[in-house]
Design a protein around this ligand. Structure first.
Ligand code: DGL
Length: 273
């Protein structure tokens, strides 16, 4: 029997994880969802793995206090920095994490040349190194960290001149190297897929891992009976460590729907109860 009212916690450095939340919502519309965007500390990408690990643990504690029974780390950077640590620290909680989708890219690329877009911290982490080592032998990988793009997306500039410049600077040299696949290794980037696809053209495939993450969330919810089925539409609650107003404004644009948004002050080391 399924318990109703089981909350799934989802977090990211900012609005990027909404691309994952959108996919979860579409696959599991009855599930109650909590979302935390750590906009006081965005971007995570240039920070040290230790710092991102500390933030991730504190956000997880916050989501568990609010009733989350499963946590989706909807951030490649936080997954690189903290996933292993979170699983050890909270052994009773199932976690879903992200890793750049190098495996499907390497399997489907015809040119065996793949572009990966992710943050500096994600590229530094052991998770990425292990994914490349396990799945990308025989594939040449071209990497770029797209400096400034997360900032543009947080500000809602999904098709602005600066957004285009950052993407073209990264993608043009990759196209010159005959890539035929682009991996989105940061959850902010799916929001600029239309622009990416316009730059790379229709023959290059762009891989957004969000639907696969939603399916993995469903798989992990099933065995403990956490999958909600008894209500038409699950609740949505949003928390930001930044200001509520800009988050409220951008939410319907990115997610296609809205819900209550609470600003949470994060002054010292710990989040409030
Ligand atoms: N959305 C994030 C990721 O998937 C982090 C972006 C950032 O804060 O730098 O990596």
């Amino acid at each position: 029997m399924s318990e109703t009212g089981v909350q799934v916690g989802v977090f990211d450095s900012g609005v990027g994880g909404l691309s994952v939340l959108r996919a979860i919502r579409s696959l599991l519309p009855a599930q109650d969802l909590l979302y935390f965007g750590d906009q006081a500390h965005v971007p995570y990408g240039p920070r040290s793995l230790e710092e991102v690990r500390t933030f991730s643990e504190e956000i997880t504690r916050f989501l568990l206090r609010r009733g989350a029974k499963l946590v989706v780390v909807a951030c490649n950077t936080a997954s690189a920095a903290a996933l292993q640590h979170l699983r050890l620290t909270f052994p009773e909680i199932p976690f879903v994490g992200m890793e750049p989708a190098v495996k499907p890219a390497a399997e489907t690329s015809r040119t065996h040349r793949v572009g990966v877009l992710a943050t500096p911290a994600t590229f530094q982490g052991a998770l990425y190194a292990s994914v490349v080592e396990r799945f990308a032998s025989g594939t040449t990988i071209f990497q770029d960290t797209l400096p400034g793009l997360v900032h543009e997306i947080e500000a809602g500039r999904l098709a602005g001149a600066e957004t285009r410049r950052i993407l073209e600077t990264a993608l043009r040299p990759m196209l010159a190297e005959q890539i035929d696949t682009v991996v989105l290794g940061c959850t902010h980037y799916p929001f600029v897929i239309p622009l990416i696809q316009e730059i790379v053209g229709p023959s290059v495939q762009v891989i957004d891992p969000a639907p696969a993450i939603a399916r993995q969330t469903r798989r992990l919810l099933q065995p403990p009976g956490y999958l909600a089925q008894d209500q038409a539409s699950g609740s949505l609650h949003f928390f930001t460590s930044g200001a509520a107003r800009p988050f409220i404004k951008i939410l319907p644009r990115l997610l296609g729907e809205s819900g209550p948004v609470e600003a949470v002050r994060w002054d010292g080391l710990n989040l409030p109860d």
